[in-house]
Ligand binder design. Structure first.
Ligand SMILES: [Zn+2]
Length: 272
């Protein structure tokens, strides 16, 4: 005898409305920016960082190398340049509202996305427990500085799966640093952006933060930097069409699942 499967009329699954990125960001507490050189964050993403701070995220910036080769001036000692660049980054961070800066001081031009660098990033993620992480797109094709690629790869590999898997870098547990799951990663300097941030309200802060990097701007004035960005916004119709904004910073955006109760999933404090 054929067994009939009882049919049941069930209500269609109620579609939960997907939150916008801004709504998700409003629930985040902390952001971590990990870059290769002292000026990367400002040139790539100062407007976005100003926005993250403005909407109430606690932002930590980590700069992996000292940037001690970032000059054409052969009379300048590398240690002197490194000290100058650290001071420039601290000044720029203040303009943007960044809570803390961390300088690893590794040699400029020699980052390697190895076990050691990945472990340093894992430790950082577990210490500061960011909801959002930003770094370079390490898979960007074509010529790009080796440090940009390496830090991008190390951060990606640190986020998945190392930072939230307690069996990776378990030695940090003795320092009281447990696993952590991040909600999302945004990759700057990408050739394949799928996410754009309107930085119109933060253009002035972006210009001011770039102006702090005296050693990198070839004598440009604050007005020159600001006008340069304003002109790009006015001239570049194609970019405006693509991003939807007069002034935008663009990223590849990746979201991670944070299953409730899984190692490293934080207990949400802000309601979506
Ligand atoms: Zn750089």
């Amino acid at each position: 005898m054929a067994i009939r499967t009882p049919t049941r009329t069930s209500k269609p699954a109620s579609k939960k409305k997907e939150l916008t990125v801004d709504q998700k960001w409003a629930t985040y507490e902390r952001a971590l920016i990990v870059m290769a050189h002292p000026d990367d964050a400002e040139f790539l993403a100062a407007g976005t960082i100003a926005k993250l701070c403005d909407i109430g995220m606690e932002v930590t910036l980590c700069v992996a190398t000292s940037g001690d080769k970032g000059t054409r001036d052969v009379t300048l000692r590398r240690q002197e340049l490194a000290a100058m660049r650290e001071a420039e980054t601290r000044a720029a961070a203040k303009v943007l509202g960044v809570k803390r800066c961390i300088f690893w001081g590794l040699p400029d031009g020699f980052l390697t996305a190895d076990h050691e660098l990945r472990g340093m990033v894992v430790k950082l993620i577990r210490q500061f427990q960011p909801d959002l992480v930003m770094t370079w797109d390490g898979f960007r094709p074509g010529f790009n500085h080796t440090d940009h690629r390496m830090i991008g790869l190390a951060v990606r590999d640190a986020l998945f799966p190392a930072a939230h898997d307690p069996h990776y870098y378990s030695e940090f547990a003795s320092e009281g640093i447990g696993p952590h799951r991040t909600a999302e990663l945004i990759l700057a300097g990408t050739n394949e952006p799928d996410f754009h941030v309107d930085i119109g309200p933060y253009l002035e802060q972006k210009a001011e933060s770039i102006f702090c990097h005296t050693s990198q701007i070839d004598g440009r004035t604050l007005e020159g930097i600001r006008d340069g960005w304003l002109q790009i916004g006015k001239r570049d119709k194609e970019r405006r069409k693509r991003t939807g904004y007069d002034h935008a910073e663009s990223y590849k955006r990746i979201e991670f699942r944070r299953p409730a109760g899984a190692p490293g999933t934080p207990v949400p404090k802000k309601k979506p």
